[in-house]
Design a protein around this ligand. Structure first.
Ligand code: SF4
Length: 412
């Protein structure tokens, strides 16, 4: 039995302060009770077989079958895309060459942030600024479930490098995160209860008051917040697109980004979107580096075409606009949409409960557990190196996809 330092790959906070106790191939966190970390490490691997039509087979046969399927497909979607930098690059090699479409598990919420960024631009926040500098933090409706240690590490840290003493934390939304309730005796925060529709009106009123210096705002909560905003020297605004009412979430995000711009006319404010599950930021950045286009891009015409509505996974699968979907998830067992009228492939962790329901299942290891890896942190300014710590022979997504590509090419 020994203890090791560990950089956790299970959410895009990528905590590098975790210590694990190792006994053979089982791992127990020593200094963190993060529920996502604990449950992710507990997953049991009962078998590591690939499957074709639900029948166990060896990995080479499954790879050959997948190569053949891609070759025969008229339109293939790569989605889920819960993988690391190398996995994304390997997928992109196939997507580009064989005229496929790419989306991600978080496509719906992330594309709303993308759209807003394209329309309004943005002022971006780093985790270090959030932890060490922000004297006012406003959180718009985020339970923090996607980034379980965000509040503990960055909003209510025990220490900051410049010994920041006074910090105002204001939560605006429908329901206070569990962390706030659990720790209410030791942390200070304000809660403004608003659902998404009222939040939209609230944001517009604040912006009006700032831009037109109207003295008409009667709502005490608006007056109170305006007062705080005016006294702020280094402000942060956080939000999670997936937790707003879906049909107006894009308008809310636009208003938030515009509010940040308004605030920067008289003080310093920046923002961070917390819709970062399944490492969408890593995947999106690789796509941007390599092609100049984000998720929800099709290469069917021989060049990238980006459209957040047209290339949504749900739409493409529901309407059978594709004949093959390749799901990738090397981190967790998130459920996938299976339409039996098209071919379905899952490249996933061996404990995935839907592995018998797809045409082809290929097991892969988890980055930072079963192989060395790089992933981008939620603020996109740090690319974290992760080390293999587990000794079981599970291939990485890039190893599988490189072989699949060779197979498609050989058959030509
Ligand atoms: S917050 Fe995220 S990165 Fe940190 S320990 Fe929990 S799951 Fe891992």
């Amino acid at each position: 039995m020994k203890n090791i330092n560990f950089t956790c790959p299970f959410c895009s906070l990528l905590c590098d302060d975790v210590q694990l106790e190792i006994k053979k191939n089982s791992f127990k966190p020593v200094n963190s009770g993060c529920s996502l970390l604990v449950s992710s490490l507990k997953k049991k691997i009962n078998d590591q077989f690939s499957r074709v039509n639900g029948k166990k087979t060896n990995i080479s046969e499954a790879i050959t079958e997948l190569s053949l399927m891609i070759k025969e497909s008229k339109s293939t979607l790569f989605t889920g895309m819960a993988t690391d930098i190398k996995g994304t690059k390997a997928a992109l090699n196939i997507i580009d060459k064989y005229k496929c479409i790419v989306d991600h598990f978080s496509g719906d919420s992330y594309s709303k942030n993308l759209k807003s960024m394209q329309e309004t631009g943005g002022f971006f926040l780093t985790l270090s600024e959030l932890k060490n500098r922000a004297d006012t933090i406003i959180i718009f409706q985020s339970t923090g479930e996607e980034l379980p240690r965000l509040f503990e590490k960055y909003i209510f840290p025990k220490k900051t490098i410049n010994n920041l003493k006074k910090r105002k934390v204001i939560f605006i939304g429908t329901k206070v995160p569990k962390f706030f309730y659990k720790n209410k005796k030791i942390i200070n925060f304000e809660f403004i209860k608003l659902d998404s529709i009222n939040l939209l009106n609230f944001l517009s009123s604040i912006r009006n008051s700032i831009n037109f210096e109207t003295k008409e705002a009667k709502d005490k909560r608006i007056l109170y917040l305006l007062d705080i905003l005016k006294k702020t020297n280094y402000g942060s605004i956080l939000w999670n697109a997936s937790e707003f009412q879906n049909d107006i979430s894009d308008v809310i995000i636009n208003e938030i980004n515009l509010l940040i711009q308004d605030l920067n006319k008289f003080t310093r404010f920046s923002g961070l979107s917390l819709s970062a599950s399944d490492h969408v930021l890593t995947v999106n950045e690789v796509l941007l580096w390599q092609t100049g286009f984000p998720i929800r891009t099709s290469f069917a015409n021989g060049f990238p075409t980006h459209d957040t509505n047209q290339f949504s996974t749900k739409k493409l699968i529901d309407n059978k606009e594709i004949d093959l979907v390749v799901w990738i998830n090397s981190f967790n067992e998130k459920s996938i949409v299976i339409n039996k009228k098209i071919k379905n492939v899952l490249i996933g962790i061996p404990s995935h409960p839907q592995k018998n329901n797809v045409d082809i299942f290929i097991p892969v290891g988890t980055p930072g557990l079963d192989h060395n890896s790089h992933l981008l942190r939620v603020d996109k300014v740090v690319s974290m190196p992760l080390k293999k710590i587990r000794n079981i022979s599970l291939p990485s997504v890039d190893q599988i996809l490189n072989k699949v590509k060779e197979g498609v090419t050989d058959d030509n």
